[in-house]
Design a binder for this molecule. Structure first.
Ligand SMILES: NC(=O)c1ccc[n+]([C@@H]2O[C@H](COP(=O)([O-])OP(=O)(O)OC[C@H]3O[C@@H](n4cnc5c(N)ncnc54)[C@H](OP(=O)(O)O)[C@@H]3O)[C@@H](O)[C@H]2O)c1
Length: 283
């Protein structure tokens, strides 16, 4: 049985492909740029883009189970071709809600609704903030030992991509997950300053935090989101939603969930472990 993993180049998809291969599953990965996917040898990687749904017929051929990056543009076209799937596990986001005022949670809520309406049995994986978002600090940490951020006391319970992948792998390969909504966080709420200190400890160098001008941050976030590709969600809306969210989290520790432990039987990895896993990128 071949499992299709979309979004081949993404941090979550790469971790998931590795995990499924380790567990002995047959995997096909699909991404917009198969050459850029950097996946282990032996994985079939096919070109597919949600913005061009006609390309998915080949990716879906012979597949019964899929992990879906839920961009909204083209999702209807994908779902129309995916009617033969027995199960789709969707990478959504915590708080997904089609009626939300927040552009990010609204887009994910709309994507979930489209999946529900398709009739394909589903599981929604709803992570909070990814620890991998902190990779955008790598360049300034390597160059100057500095993190520039407008909200140094903003909290987040960041989740390791390996834990998102582990939960998705359980949902894809074991029974009991159809119709389940798995909301995931990391195991602890940390401020930007605390996260930077843990990266410094892992990389073996001090890292200081400087307050960043908000407009400079806005420009940087816009570049990051445009590079990732966000389907039909306007970059400006997403950037403003993200900034409002970060500002609201100043001095507000975030609740955590036990979903990673409950689903996988293994506690969620802490941010120190994530920093150690990525120390070379910051060192
Ligand atoms: N970052 C967070 O804190 C966070 C939190 C909760 C939920 N999420 C959600 O998780 C998803 C990925 O997050 P990220 O941007 O942070 O991860 P990322 O690791 O930067 O990956 C971006 C992913 O989007 C895929 N993608 C983008 N446009 C696509 C398209 N038109 N067709 C098919 N695949 C497309 C990319 O696949 P290819 O380039 O290989 O095609 C890649 O896997 C997004 O839906 C995001 O909203 C993120």
């Amino acid at each position: 049985m071949t499992i299709l993993v979309t979004g081949a180049r993404g941090n979550v998809a790469r971790a998931l492909v590795g995990r499924l291969l380790e567990d002995g599953h047959e995997v096909r990965a699909a991404g917009r740029d198969p050459g850029a996917a950097r996946l282990p040898g032996g994985v079939e990687v096919v070109a597919a883009d949600l913005a061009r749904p006609e390309g998915w017929d080949a990716a879906l051929n012979g597949v019964t189970t899929a992990f879906l990056y839920a961009g909204t543009a083209g999702l209807g076209g994908f779902l129309a071709r995916a009617g033969g799937l027995a199960h789709v596990v969707v990478l959504s986001a915590a708080g997904a809600d089609p009626a939300s005022d927040d552009a990010i949670t609204r887009a994910h809520g709309e994507a979930e609704q489209a999946v529900r309406d398709s009739g394909i049995p589903w599981t929604f994986v709803r992570p909070g903030g990814f620890a991998a978002n902190r990779l955008v600090w790598a360049r300034s940490i390597r160059a100057d030992g500095v993190v520039r951020d407008p909200f140094p006391d903003s909290h987040a319970a960041l989740v390791h991509e390996a834990d998102i992948a582990a939960v998705a792998a359980c949902a894809l390969t074991s029974s009991g997950h159809v119709g389940a909504v798995h909301t995931l966080t990391g195991p602890e709420s940390l401020t930007v300053r605390q996260q930077a200190a843990l990266i410094g400890a892992a990389a073996g160098r001090p890292v200081r935090v400087e307050a960043q001008d908000l407009d400079e941050h806005r420009r940087e976030l816009t570049a990051v989101f445009e590079a990732r590709g966000l389907g039909s969600v306007g970059s400006a809306d997403v950037v403003e939603a993200r900034i409002r969210r970060l500002a609201a989290l100043v001095d507000r520790p975030q609740p955590t969930t036990t979903t990673v432990l409950d689903v996988t039987g293994r506690p969620a990895r802490g941010f120190a472990e994530w920093a150690a896993d990525h120390a070379a990128e910051f060192g």
